[in-house]
Write a protein that binds this ligand. Structure first.
Ligand SMILES: Nc1ncnc2c1ncn2[C@@H]1O[C@H](COP(=O)(O)OP(=O)(O)O)[C@@H](O)[C@H]1O
Ligand SMILES: [Mg+2]
Length: 338
């Protein structure tokens, strides 16, 4: 039997809550997702659907005091990190996952030169490396001019800051890069450049990527598979070509309409009607039901099981419009990832 490596990232039915003054926020409500070594996976959903919370959970970055993983588990390269404390996260050197954010300034140190910040990241993760030389390599890798090693973050453009943040992230030689809306704050040209850079880096370094975005166009150009998330639940997943070819969930269809730039007279995107979900309540049924144009009586009663679709074993949906596949939940979730 060939030895199969565990996926670089696996979330099984993760439930995560925030405690706030206004009550409990149920941000993840049974989220499952897998990223294999070397794979580019998209995570798509409207604002507030739990994308950043999921990403932060993978790196132990949600606030320890107010957030709690109530159920499920998170495995990184087979290692269970679900219950790590802040102290244990900090001790987890050589962590194979790194992250870049929408707003690099919130992560970069404003009073430290870029080169120094990259050097610190190298020193933290691989103290025996020849740091000077490695800083130079990383700056070249993200295609920044070498003179920028001496610059401060505020002296850089948005695109250059994102490259600098990438260099800091790559210093720990991650096997998975989580990029949370990495291009959302950038103009269209710079967006395309950063996406091309990410593609290039993945090829060169062979690392996997989880690309988080509300923009389906970005997923189409950069990802092999994708997950569609709503109210902290994955509603549809599959190979990008299958989901793009035949989006199954009415929510995914709505996202596609929004992405295909059905603009109104003011040039705004058509949006999916209705209110975003109330994450204070435990939804009994499908969380999208109150906004769904195809909702039926059972949608409010129970969350549908996963259905594998006929257009390929790798495409699955959770929606009462489709007959449930008669396999265990986990088996179906794995099927969607072959
Ligand atoms: N630290 C926090 N404390 C309380 N609620 C939070 C916190 N972070 C996120 N949330 C809530 O969790 C839900 C999901 O947020 P988020 O993961 O940021 O969504 P997305 O990244 O998809 O826009 C939202 O309702 C948000 O208000
Ligand atoms: Mg977010």
């Amino acid at each position: 039997m060939p030895q199969t490596k565990p996926p670089i990232l696996q979330l099984d039915d993760v439930r995560l809550t925030f405690r706030t003054r206004a009550g409990t926020v149920r941000a993840l409500n049974g989220a499952s997702l897998t990223v294999h070594e070397g794979e580019a996976v998209g995570l798509v959903g409207e604002s507030g659907s739990g994308k950043s919370t999921l990403a932060r959970a993978v790196l132990g970055l949600n606030p320890e005091r107010s957030s709690r993983i109530e159920a499920g588990r998170i495995l990184i390269a087979g290692r269970d990190v679900t219950r790590l404390s802040q102290a244990e996260w900090e001790a987890a050197r050589g962590h194979p996952v790194a992250m870049v954010f929408q707003d690099p300034l919130s992560f970069l140190n404003p009073i430290m030169r870029i080169g120094r910040q990259i050097a610190e990241s190298i020193e933290r993760h691989a103290p025996d490396r020849r740091v000077e030389q490695r800083v130079g390599e990383l700056i070249e890798l993200v295609k920044l001019p070498s003179s920028l090693a001496r610059a401060y973050p505020h002296e850089l453009s948005g695109g250059m800051r994102q490259r600098a943040l990438l260099a800091v992230a790559l210093a720990c030689e991650p096997r998975l890069l989580i990029a949370d809306e990495p291009t959302t704050a950038l103009d269209v040209t710079t967006q395309a450049e950063i996406l091309a850079l990410l593609r290039d880096l993945r090829e060169k370094l062979g690392m996997a990527m989880l690309l988080i975005t509300h923009d389906l166009g970005i997923v189409a150009s950069a990802c092999e598979r994708l997950y569609v998330i709503y109210a902290g639940r994955v509603l549809e997943w599959g190979r990008a070509q299958d989901v793009f070819g035949a989006p199954a969930h009415p929510y995914t269809v709505g996202l596609f309409h929004a992405a295909r730039a059905d603009r109104d007279a003011q040039g705004r995107f058509a949006t999916i009607g209705g209110e975003p979900p109330d994450l204070g309540e435990t939804a009994q049924g499908c969380p999208f039901a109150p906004r769904c144009p195809k909702a039926m009586a059972e949608c409010a009663r129970a969350m549908p099981h996963a259905s594998v679709l006929a257009d390929g074993e790798t495409h699955a949906v959770r929606c009462w419009l489709y007959p449930p596949t008669r396999e265990s939940e986990t088996a179906v979730e794995r099927l969607g990832e072959a």
